[in-house]
Design a protein around this ligand. Structure first.
Ligand SMILES: C[S@@+](CC[C@H](N)C(=O)[O-])C[C@H]1O[C@@H](n2cnc3c(N)ncnc32)[C@H](O)[C@@H]1O
Length: 229
């Protein structure tokens, strides 16, 4: 098996997130470092950009331990559906405990690889992924599946991290080494560009000096999203 084959990468995802799933407090602490102290602002902004209404149905791809659930629950209320999907059973176990503590009964959790996104539900009002696409080995297939399960007019919101530009570029080798090892992060992916290819549209907002972005694509009507009018 080649070193960087998707299977090897998935194995790495499993190893890395087994650790984080078992250490939820540590994950919360590193979250603040990753977002440079702005986790709440950026996460709530990402969820707001889906444009959810009460009672809507939303999918979170690579939901992890559920850091976005409070914002999603607030957006859809207690009557909608939040489907959290992740490859790490340990992250999902941690998410489940948090749901139980908060009585979030509208949240369902599904285990699997986002490249296949084997779920029964379709016609989601929104799909979101925060720091997920940069870790998912089959991310291009995952973006296509996100498109497929949205209703026409539904939005995909991807919030993710990038390397520094400008003077702080000097830190990039260190940042890349740390986050690729500890978070299976691959900053070489051009996620907004692929969203544009799949959906035929994308809008971008940048945060933290360009090291974070929120990209939004809207599903057009028609069979394929690939530049259909
Ligand atoms: C940095 S964490 C982000 C978790 C969460 N979205 C958050 O905002 O805290 C990346 C997540 O991507 C998940 N992941 C990586 N590859 C995946 C795949 N192929 N399918 C589904 N989830 C995947 C990991 O298990 C992990 O929970």
């Amino acid at each position: 098996m080649p070193q960087n084959s998707p299977n090897k990468k998935l194995e790495n995802v499993k190893t890395v997130y087994t650790f984080w799933g078992r250490c939820p407090l540590l994950y919360r602490a590193q979250d603040q470092i990753t977002f440079l102290g702005r986790a709440k602002i950026i996460r709530s902004r990402a969820i707001k950009m889906i444009g959810l209404k009460k009672g809507n149905k939303v999918l979170e791809v690579a939901c992890g331990s559920g850091r976005n659930f409070p914002y999603l629950v607030e957006a859809i209320g207690r009557n909608g559906l939040i489907l959290g999907f992740d490859y790490s059973q340990e992250m999902l176990d941690s998410a489940e405990k948090w749901c139980e503590r908060n009585d979030w009964e509208t949240i369902k959790l599904v285990h699997g690889d986002a490249a296949f996104l084997n779920i029964n539900e379709t016609n989601f009002d929104g799909v979101v992924s925060v720091l997920g696409m940069s870790a998912i080995p089959g991310w291009k297939d995952a973006l296509q599946r996100c498109h497929d399960v949205l209703r026409p007019g539904g939005k995909l919101v991807v919030c993710d991290a990038r390397l520094f530009s400008g003077l702080l570029k000097i830190l990039n080798p260190l940042v890349k080494a740390i986050y690729s090892t500890l978070a299976a992060w691959d900053p070489s992916k051009n996620i907004p560009e692929t969203m544009n290819e799949v959906f035929g549209n994308v809008k971008l907002e940048k945060f933290n000096g360009g090291t974070f972005f929120i990209a939004v694509s809207v599903k057009k009507s028609g069979k394929s999203g690939k530049n259909t009018g």
